[in-house]
Design a protein around this ligand. Structure first.
Ligand SMILES: *Cc1c(COP(=O)(O)O)cnc(C)c1O
Length: 463
């Protein structure tokens, strides 16, 4: 299978190259040139099989010749072995026809472990075979960074630098990034917001000399392999609830549009998804865009769901590429407008096509807290604030006749202050990470300045 850039100017690549490259050299994101289809029988056959087997069946067609069947199966098995739940992504019922898909049983208690643990396996295998080293640089609003560090700590061929916005991640998120002792792990606290961190990472990738010098690689949600890993749980959840014989909808707490785009890929592969509901917090650029047709950057307002405090949703470009009939030049023009003017207007055709798959809603801080409290009262479940944004939006958006699955993107203990404020109950960490608060931290403060960050990376890199 070949992968092409959303801006149409970079060379097409195979799976392994796409994974190792991250952002395309024309500034675009890689997407498969065609999507494999899952037939009704294949979808039905996923019901009840172990998560790892389902993952193998969904992922296999995308990797081409990069890994043998056996190697892929072994990597998937290792990726999910450390999860704290036998089902990996269990479903829990909240109300009649409303379900939670719990994606927080991985080592860092957020859904990003699903992708990152697998990517760690993929990278290790590919780099060993090639005798190559890479330097992973990522921007995080909290959960990506901890998941990346957890997946790559101690690997011989990888150095990891994670930029997070200073003072804007939860204490658990911060400690998950700053407490690993391995010499290949570097947590960098940048002065600014997540969008600043993300912009500096993009700048590094566009600095081709630096990119080649240090062997830069990305594991942000722009990395296709991450999106791919997330496609799997849409299939397992849907087949458990009666797909392909019954359609269902998903509500996805959204920031960078990676998770919900994975749902879109599942739909395009043949999964009967009625609607993908994009749930945003008060940083609602996507909800405004789907409502008005104008994608317009506003300032980021910090919220109690910090992993969604994002204005520029990188993966949205992948959806745009599709609804602009895979016209890279048209996407490149929109992205130029975004950079120059802080926004762009969608064509009516593109907006209509987006609305065929996506609905949207947003939750204020008050509505988020109320959803946490209400769900606790009605079901006994504690929701993390991101999941609560999803539940609030799902309750408003759902058709009672169609099953709704809301993605529970993080464990409540990752955001204990917000949960306690809403319910009076302080959620505890699972026993396997209970000593997190006692481990010493290691972090470097950096300015929001490309040259300074590049110098620091050069200096710290193990060559
Ligand atoms: C990353 C994250 C999100 C947003 O996911 P995207 O793929 O960036 O849209 C939502 N909730 C939690 C807990 C996250 O860590």
């Amino acid at each position: 299978m070949q992968y092409v850039s959303t801006r149409g100017q970079a060379p097409a690549l195979g799976f392994e190259e796409t994974m190792l490259t991250g952002l395309a050299r024309d500034g675009g994101l890689y997407v498969p040139d065609t999507l494999p289809q899952m037939g009704a029988d294949e979808i039905a056959a996923l019901a009840g099989v172990p998560y790892e087997d389902a993952a193998h069946r969904v992922i296999r067609p995308f990797v081409g010749g990069a890994f043998s069947d056996d190697a892929l199966a072994a990597m998937i098995a290792r990726a999910y072995a450390g999860f704290g739940h036998a089902a990996r992504a269990p479903l829990k019922q909240l109300a009649p026809n409303h379900f939670l898909l719990e994606l927080f049983h991985g080592p860092t208690l957020a859904f990003k472990d699903f992708a990152m643990q697998l990517i760690g396996q993929f990278f290790e295998a590919a780099l060993e075979r090639r005798g190559q080293r890479i330097c992973i640089v990522g921007a995080t609003s909290g959960d990506t960074g901890s998941a990346a560090i957890e997946a790559f700590r101690g690997l011989d061929n990888v150095d990891v630098f994670i930029l997070y916005p200073h003072g804007r991640v939860s204490e658990v998120q911060r400690r998950q990034m700053t407490t690993p002792e391995e010499a290949n792990v570097h947590a960098l606290a940048i002065e600014g917001h997540f969008d600043d961190a993300q912009a500096r990472v993009k700048d590094m990738f566009n600095d081709h000399a630096f990119r080649d010098e240090v062997g830069l690689a990305a594991v942000n949600s722009i990395n296709w392999a991450r999106v791919l890993a997330q496609v799997v749980y849409y299939f397992t959840a849907a087949s458990s609830l009666g797909a392909p014989h019954r359609a269902l909808s998903f509500t996805v707490p959204t920031g960078n549009f990676g998770d919900v785009f994975a749902g879109y890929v599942a739909k395009r592969m043949g999964l009967p998804i009625d609607r993908l509901v994009v749930a945003t917090n008060q940083n609602d650029i996507l909800h405004r865009c789907l409502t008005t047709g104008r994608y317009e950057v506003a300032g980021v307002v910090p919220s109690i769901s910090p992993s969604m405090d994002i204005q520029v949703s990188s993966n949205f470009e992948r959806a745009l590429f599709d609804v602009y009939d895979r016209d890279g030049a048209a996407v490149a023009q929109l992205m130029d407008e975004l950079k120059a003017q802080g926004g762009f207007a969608l064509s009516q055709g593109a907006l209509d096509r987006l609305r065929e798959s996506f609905a949207s809603g947003s939750a204020s801080e008050e509505e988020t807290r109320a959803a946490i409290a209400r769900t606790r009262e009605a079901t006994g479940e504690l929701l993390c604030p991101h999941t609560a944004v999803g539940v609030h939006v799902a309750e408003a958006a759902r058709d009672p006749h169609i099953p709704m699955v809301t993605l529970a993107t993080a464990h409540p203990a990752k955001f204990p202050d917000a949960v306690e404020e809403a319910t009076g109950i302080r959620p505890g960490l699972p026993p396997r990470m209970a000593n997190l608060y006692e481990r010493p931290e290691r972090v470097t403060r950096v300015p929001n300045d490309l040259a300074a960050i590049e110098d620091l990376i050069r200096e710290r890199l193990r060559r």
